[in-house]
Design a binder for this molecule. Structure first.
Ligand code: SRM
Ligand code: SF4
Length: 511
């Protein structure tokens, strides 16, 4: 019997408020909150516990909340998209939506008094936002072309849904997993190109053969935080698809019951693995699972460079295509969402997919409908042939809505990349990721060029700046990039990036 008992520790303030009242308890109080208004709410309920239902108070825009959904594998229906658009439309100019770096959607400008009604609408169309913030499992990612990719090894759609259903009690909320020591990320990849950044998740499943049978190798402990970033390490376990839900459940239980809760900066899963060593962690998981874990397959099947899915691609289903549309930094509005729902229905089968690069895929378009689809005015806004640098641009929320932000990101990222695309010719893809602070939501460590917001002293003044990251590699042999230069003022960034692109990525100045 392996001892998993943890030493007594003092609890941080988050642990204390969670012990006083579980975050999920606010589900029953939403009607009441809607009636009394956010100004009258208890501060901890307002700023923290609401996040258990995916409702985020935004200190930058008080009274206009953000609503973070769950989108297993980033797949939704046109009906669901239309409901999201209707919710935004009601909020007029305040309403906007973002596709997130976890293949998910966030809505902005939401008023608390509308939340009960919004949740009723969500329930009717199978949407949920439960457990999408704070010390819960985030949106579970999967290949955005799962089930339609001819080269896929495992169709992971059902699995991702099953793991979400296990964690959230099918969207109703599950108190078993609402008090983890910290946030938790899970990814399940069934394709060859590691489209979901397996290496930066607390648990990731990547396809691997053992004795001729396809299953998954399991990696654990990947995470980014302001203090430390780590790629996931092998658990030395190979599992069949049938084992995935159970293994996720057991790892979550082990983490919930033994994870470190004294210091929030040292509470992610990797810190527990550090303390125990991965062998002990594996042994405890195995014991709790009640069956022997097979050792990992010698190699996994991630042997492709990462694809970006933009443009027209053939599906594995004969005569059908999927088309990736570029949504600049994932920002869209109610009308865009209505339009996406419409084209998905008119040309496809109503399905819409999201990518971790914050873009959209419309699948199931028959060859005979492709030409008409490509002539849709929507594609002038959301191009299938974006400029080379804008094509791979990713950005976190930044100062416009996030109070952690040290800089403005999305609008600045779009403007700068436009200027760079206008001034340079470049043939190779360059992935530029912006993140507004060291929390790294925009994943600068996976980028060719990562830009992390900071404050810089220039001419005796404090101005917005970035730390420069380079060397992130995605897909096959993925590894994290590192900081190569600190403190570049944003106003000086254009020539720095021009030079970098010329020297390192074969760009040429336009005459
Ligand atoms: Fe994040 C906190 C936005 C992906 C690491 N993240 C936040 C908050 C909730 C802070 C807040 O309350 O304001 C941000 C909300 C801003 C807003 O209004 O939108 C926020 N994170 C985002 C999103 C929306 C960025 C985006 O523009 O796409 C992403 C939402 C994903 C989703 O659908 O759930 C998002 N965040 C990430 C990722 C990337 C990923 O998962 O691949 C990371 C790094 C990976 C990781 O977590 O290991 C990430 N976010 C953090 C952290 C640092 C966690 C840590 O262990 O220290 C925080 C701060 C925290 O949790 O204390 C944070
Ligand atoms: Fe906010 Fe920082 Fe995350 Fe950007 S990286 S969304 S600024 S917490």
């Amino acid at each position: 019997m392996i001892s998993a008992a943890k030493p007594e520790t003092s609890l941080n303030k988050f642990e204390k408020f969670k012990a006083e009242k579980d975050g999920l308890a606010i589900k029953e109080q939403l009607e009441h909150f809607a009636q009394i208004g956010w100004e009258a709410m208890d501060k901890t309920d307002l700023e923290h516990r609401l996040k258990w239902m995916g409702v985020f108070y935004r200190p930058v825009t008080p009274g206009k909340f953000m609503l973070r959904l769950r989108m297993p594998s980033g797949i939704l229906t046109s009906t669901q998209m239309r409901v999201l658009a209707e919710v935004l439309q009601r909020h007029g100019e305040d309403g906007s939506g973002d596709i997130t770096t976890r293949q998910n959607i966030q809505l902005r400008g939401i008023r608390l008094e509308d939340v009960p009604d919004i949740f009723q609408r969500f329930q009717k169309v199978g949407l949920t936002s439960v457990q999408s913030g704070m010390d819960n499992v985030r949106n579970i990612t999967g290949s955005p072309v799962t089930g339609i990719d001819a080269d896929e090894l495992i169709d992971t759609r059902e699995l991702v849904q099953q793991v979400q259903d296990m964690i959230t009690n099918s969207g109703e909320g599950n108190p078993e997993f609402t008090n983890l020591p910290r946030k938790f990320n899970i990814a399940i990849e069934g394709g060859r190109d590691n489209s979901i950044h397996a290496e930066i998740n607390d648990i990731a499943f990547v396809p691997a053969y053992k004795e001729g049978q396809i299953g998954f190798n399991v990696v654990v402990g990947g995470f980014f935080s302001a203090k430390r970033c780590e790629a996931a390490i092998p658990l030395n376990a190979w599992v069949t698809p049938d084992d995935v839900v159970d293994l996720c459940r057991v790892i979550l239980e082990v983490y919930r019951d033994n994870g470190l809760r004294a210091n929030r900066q040292k509470a992610r899963l990797m810190w527990l693995i550090d303390e125990w060593g991965v062998e002990k962690f594996r042994a405890v998981v195995q014991e709790q699972l009640g069956r022997t874990l097979q050792s990992a397959a010698e190699k996994d099947e991630i042997d492709w460079e990462k694809r970006d899915h933009i443009g027209v691609h053939r599906q594995k289903q004969s005569g059908l295509n999927f088309v990736g549309l570029h949504i600049p930094t994932g920002r869209f509005y109610a009308q865009d969402m209505f339009d996406l729902a419409r084209v998905a229905e008119v040309y496809g089968n109503g399905e819409i997919r999201l990518t971790v690069e914050q873009n959209v895929i419309i699948p199931h378009i028959p060859d005979s409908r492709l030409e008409a689809f490509l002539a849709e005015p929507l594609l002038e806004r959301f191009s299938i042939e974006p400029q080379p640098l804008e094509r791979s641009l990713v950005s976190c929320t930044g100062a416009q809505f996030c109070n952690f932000a040290l800089i403005e990101t999305k609008n600045r990222a779009i403007d700068l990349v436009k200027e760079l695309d206008e001034s340079l010719t470049i043939t190779q893809p360059v992935r530029i990721h912006w993140t507004g602070c060291p929390n790294s939501c925009g994943q600068p460590q996976v980028a060719d060029i990562g830009l992390m917001g900071t404050k810089v002293r220039k001419d005796g003044k404090t101005v917005e700046g970035v730390d420069l990251y380079m060397g992130g590699k995605v897909g096959k042999d993925a590894h994290l990039g590192t900081c190569v230069q600190k403190g570049i003022a944003c106003e000086d960034l254009k020539p720095v990036l021009q030079q970098l692109l010329i020297e390192n990525f074969g760009a040429k100045l336009r005459p």
